[in-house]
Design a protein around this ligand. Structure first.
Ligand SMILES: [Fe+2]
Ligand SMILES: [Fe+2]
Length: 140
């Protein structure tokens, strides 16, 4: 990673190491996608491969996080899972476009949307899990 906004910060921590590791991996894959998009010699197939990798990890991660929230009895897990559902739907729509479209998609615009959604979700929703672990309540 190159000193960009995608650098991991302790502020992102959920206090659950496996979830933090997956978030770090997602940021890494997001950065990899931004890198491939800025490479002139990258083919559409190269870009699609990196995009698919990010999406596969993100979708698996949402399922994993929902299982963990259930296991620890996290009270806000339904609202949190509803946000994941929304993210899945938005990501699915973009995937249709970039994987099955005519190859003329605005990759940078679409990827920056994914970037904003993922980061916003991690910072404002996933970190509430830490508040619950530390204070025993889900709200701030
Ligand atoms: Fe989440
Ligand atoms: Fe997450």
């Amino acid at each position: 990673m190159n000193g960009s906004a995608l650098e991991w910060s302790d502020n992102f921590s959920t206090d659950i190491m496996s979830i933090d590791r997956q978030h770090q991996e997602l940021l890494f894959l997001l950065q990899k996608l931004l890198d491939v998009l800025s490479r002139e010699d990258a083919t559409l197939e190269d870009t699609q491969r990196v995009y698919q990798d990010l999406v596969d990890h993100a979708l698996e991660h949402f399922d994993y996080e929902e299982r963990i929230m259930k296991n620890i009895g996290y009270p806000d897990r339904k609202a949190h899972a509803a946000e994941h559902k929304d993210l899945r739907a938005q990501i699915d729509a973009i995937t249709q476009d970039v994987m099955h479209g005519d190859g003329k998609s605005d990759w940078k615009g679409l990827v920056s949307l994914v970037q904003v959604w993922l980061l916003r979700h991690i910072v404002s929703t996933d970190t509430k899990i830490r508040d619950f672990i530390q204070n025993g309540k889900a709200d701030d």
